[in-house]
Design a protein around this ligand. Structure first.
Ligand SMILES: *Cc1c(COP(=O)(O)O)cnc(C)c1O
Length: 463
């Protein structure tokens, strides 16, 4: 039996094989693992040829992962909608800020953060999959800001999908809140929870377990473990390589749940020219401690300026462990079951060596993040968001004599204007999509952080 890139296995090895549509609509595999393609497809030798359009690259990257799981034309339509929603002709332009150091701008989309790139595709493809099967889908997601905004922009108006987003009341930035609450589409419900992000996550988990909510159709989540979201992030690495003229780079990725970084590693498995990957985390450094010290351990969350990276247990780390262990599902299951039980797990030496061959990890604290924002402004007249600053701080430490270094820029600074102006003393110029939010009316339902309150609100939402 030959292994196929359009069939998906679970990292925990106890779920039936799924096709792309099933992996997309389910999110998590039924055994609690994450879906991975059975095999990595190979990019064509000229995939990163200079001058290729983003749409062309995305079609080449994604076609083998989908196979015949979606109706003809669904992928092309999804890619067309994606690039039309970006306000830059290169979609993800690569900018050289100084000799050999590049910034990959991933924020030219509808919500000015990189999550648009995959979320837009996932929404179109999910709608196409549901149209083919005649099903309906309710999506639940907890957000600390960017995921919810990108999901609302992507799924608003989708015919067969309703989206319910839970955010912590008064704990997302005003721009992020408005991006979620000013959308008029009837298939979107915003719940503002009197609590924190962990309360939102707990409620989503509880709602996903409510069998009664499945009476109306499928019930799933759009968080970053969804394979479609991961796959949708691979094309911008290939696009950047094309903009580099096919030269191999060191890729530095500001990291929270490790979805963005893992997409780069996936691209390398497919043939992307790469000299290595660096995951740059903030003071929430569980990933860096795991890779550098060999102990993967959950600690209390620290609030930082790079809020979208305030993650205690990066969900896509499981994909990396699966891959680094030689796709040993039993070993992967043992690591993450131990972690779930004990909040810590020691990684054995072989696994650790294999993990270190895939990625290095650096933690950048708040002081260094602020310094980096000031440096980018003083040296390059660039205003960068705190997440981008974390990546740049790590990127500037890397020797460029072996090839270019690319720092991924995941959000426009005006989404995090408060933090940036706290450093620079000036507010970042808003991008048009942020300026357009203006004083549009907002819609959200404020609830107590209880399962009963969440369930009532969802039942009252009749879309
Ligand atoms: C989500 C997010 C990240 C982290 O990406 P992961 O895939 O979770 O590692 C970084 N920067 C911004 C602006 C984000 O919204």
């Amino acid at each position: 039996m030959s292994l196929r890139p359009d069939l998906y296995v679970s990292t925990r090895g106890q779920a039936p094989v799924a096709d792309f549509a099933e992996a997309l609509l389910r999110g998590m595999a039924p055994d609690g693992g994450l879906y991975m393609p059975q095999a990595w497809p190979r990019l064509s030798p000229d995939a990163a040829r200079p001058g290729r359009a983003y749409a062309e690259i995305a079609a080449e990257v994604l076609t083998p992962f989908i196979g015949d799981a979606l109706p003809d034309g669904a992928l092309d339509a999804a890619i067309g909608r994606l690039v039309a929603g970006f306000d830059h002709p290169a979609t993800t332009p690569l900018v050289e800020v100084e000799d050999g150091l590049y910034v990959l701008e991933l924020f030219h989309g509808p919500t000015a953060a990189f999550k648009d790139l995959a979320m837009q595709l996932a929404a179109s493809l999910a709608d196409a999959a549901l149209a083919a099967s005649g099903e309906r889908l309710t999506l639940l997601t907890a957000t600390s800001g960017d995921t919810g905004a990108a999901a609302v922009a992507a799924f608003a108006g989708a015919e067969r999908i309703r989206l319910i987003v839970l955010h912590p009341l008064d704990r997302v930035s005003p721009v992020q809140r408005k991006q979620m609450t000013t959308v008029a589409a009837d298939n979107v419900l915003n719940l503002a929870v009197r609590g924190d992000f962990d309360d939102c996550q707990r409620l989503v988990k509880a709602l996903l377990g409510q069998e009664s909510l499945r009476a109306q159709g499928r019930l799933s989540s759009v968080n970053s473990i969804n394979w479609a979201r991961l796959a949708g992030q691979i094309p911008y690495y290939v696009s950047a390589a094309s903009q580099l003229g096919g030269r191999a780079a060191t890729w530095v990725v500001p990291t929270g749940n490790f979805g963005d970084a893992f997409a780069g590693i996936a691209a390398a498995k497919m043939g992307l020219p790469a000299n290595g990957f660096v995951a740059a985390v903030n003071s929430n450094d569980a990933l860096a401690r795991a890779i550098n010290d060999g102990l993967y351990e959950r600690r209390g969350a620290v609030e930082t300026g790079s809020v979208s990276m305030d993650v205690q247990a990066p969900s896509n780390f499981e994909r990396l462990v699966f891959e680094a262990s030689g796709r040993d599902a039993a070993a992967t299951r043992a690591v993450f079951e131990t972690f779930a039980r004990d909040s810590r797990v020691r990684l054995d030496d072989d696994l650790l060596a294999a993990l270190r061959a895939e990625v290095t990890a650096v933690s950048v604290d708040e002081a260094a993040t602020r310094t980096e924002i000031a440096h980018a402004h003083a040296q390059w007249s660039r205003v960068v968001c705190p997440h981008t600053a974390v990546a740049l701080s790590a990127a500037r430490r890397i020797d460029r004599s072996n090839g270019p270094v690319v720092a991924l820029s995941t959000a426009h600074p005006s989404k995090f204007g408060g933090f940036v102006s706290g450093v620079l003393g000036i507010a970042p110029e808003p991008v048009p999509v942020v300026r357009a939010l203006g004083d549009r009316p907002e819609r959200m339902t404020v609830i107590d952080p209880t399962e009963a309150a969440a369930l009532d609100a969802v039942r009252a939402f009749s879309a």
